[in-house]
Design a protein around this ligand. Structure first.
Ligand SMILES: [Zn+2]
Length: 382
């Protein structure tokens, strides 16, 4: 889902990224405002005015969403949850967590921080609007009024509401799985309701409103369902050490191997992106080598150079301990985009963990223990 993202900047230790899908939405927002909302609210301005109002308002919305996500992230970090960064995509953003909150109270505070921040941003824009209402041109006032309104809408956005609801159910029932299931069904139902509103709006001839209700409904349904799936995956992998899934006899290359042989016998034959470089007897991990390391060496010199000259140290992104939790490994794989992790114990390579092995285990477990919906296997109860 986050395959086409670009890092914009780094603030307070969080990377802020934007997904390609957000650019499309930003365009749609600017367009909807420029041809729909602003001409409807403020008559008699030029088409150019409506467009720059639309673009400025979309930019203001973007900044508001970033601040909203920062609120979630700062509260999460305060409670010791590792945060990967903030990615803006389709609707709003996602504060990416490396881990889920461990209790209902943390979840509640983390979830509520976003809406509270949005209410405050809305108040700020409203006060700003009131302060300059007699002095500034109608174009600027229109943008400020829109930003006040849209931030209050963001505060009421059902996604955070869903998390608040889940934390309340979690506290009440003492079971995160059933809380997630109920909250996700309600979220999904709400999504369907919005799509029905879309149909009604279309019937009434409000094309732009219909489009937004439809997109929001689709998004909510998707978010609700994927939050439940994520939980199922976490529960299935939780407490299982990486050691259990790794291949303990992985393909390795020797530092003495020539680049020629590396390319011919490994890169072209095995099709892995990266190979662990291991000194023959000791199994000590000397580093990692990828096809991009080879690219720096001219083709005609491949036979005269060895792997040891081009290898790079393996990073914390592509290595993991054999005793680490499989949930952690999965989070690391999704964060770094590596499909294989080197399993390293005291600088010795003990195996390689591949995403497909984790997925294979999940598939078998679902098959044997049901889809986790119909009954509650041991993996779901805390
Ligand atoms: Zn939020």
């Amino acid at each position: 889902m986050f395959s086409h993202r670009v890092t914009l900047f780094k603030l307070l230790g969080f990377e802020v990224r934007v997904d390609a899908s957000w650019l499309l939405i930003a365009l749609l927002i600017s367009w909807s405002l420029a041809v729909g909302y602003f001409p409807y609210r403020y008559h008699g301005l030029s088409r150019g005015d409506y467009w720059w109002m639309g673009i400025a308002a979309a930019l203001g919305l973007f900044i508001s969403i970033v601040i909203h996500e920062f609120a979630h992230s700062l509260v999460a970090r305060h409670y010791g949850l590792p945060m990967k960064g903030i990615t803006l995509f389709i609707f709003g953003g996602v504060a990416e967590m490396g881990d889920e909150p461990s209790n209902a109270k943390t979840e509640f505070l983390m979830a509520i921080a976003g809406p509270i921040t949005s209410i405050l941003i809305g108040v700020f824009f409203y006060a700003f609007h009131q302060a300059v209402v007699t002095v500034w041109p109608i174009t600027v006032l229109g943008i400020l009024a829109y930003l006040a309104w849209i931030n209050w809408i963001l505060a009421a956005f059902p996604l955070d509401g869903g998390r608040v609801l889940r934390s309340a159910l979690w506290q009440w029932k003492g079971n995160v799985a059933s809380a997630t299931r109920i909250a996700s069904s309600i979220g999904s139902g709400f999504g369907v309701l919005l799509m029905l509103v879309a149909v009604w709006q279309l019937w009434e001839g409000n094309f732009i409103a219909a489009m937004w209700y439809f997109l929001l409904g689709m998004f909510l349904r998707h978010a609700a369902e994927s939050s439940y799936q994520q939980l199922v995956i976490r529960k299935a992998l939780e407490g299982e050490p990486v050691r259990r899934f790794m291949n303990s006899n992985p393909v390795t290359v020797s530092p003495d191997l020539s680049i020629e042989n590396l390319v011919e016998d490994y890169i072209y034959k095995k099709h892995y992106k990266m190979f662990p470089v291991v000194a023959d007897e000791s199994h000590t991990l000397a580093g990692c080598v990828t096809s991009s390391n080879v690219k720096n060496v001219p083709r005609e010199e491949w036979s005269r150079h060895q792997v040891r000259e081009v290898l790079q140290p393996c990073s914390t992104d592509n290595t993991i301990s054999p005793d680490a939790d499989a949930v952690k490994a999965l989070a690391q794989i999704s964060r770094s985009g590596q499909s294989r992790l080197m399993v390293v114990d005291h600088n010795h390579l003990v195996g390689v963990l591949a995403l497909k092995d984790l997925m294979g285990f999940l598939a078998s477990k679902m098959d044997l223990e049901g889809d986790f919906r119909s009954h509650t296997p041991h993996a779901l109860t805390r």
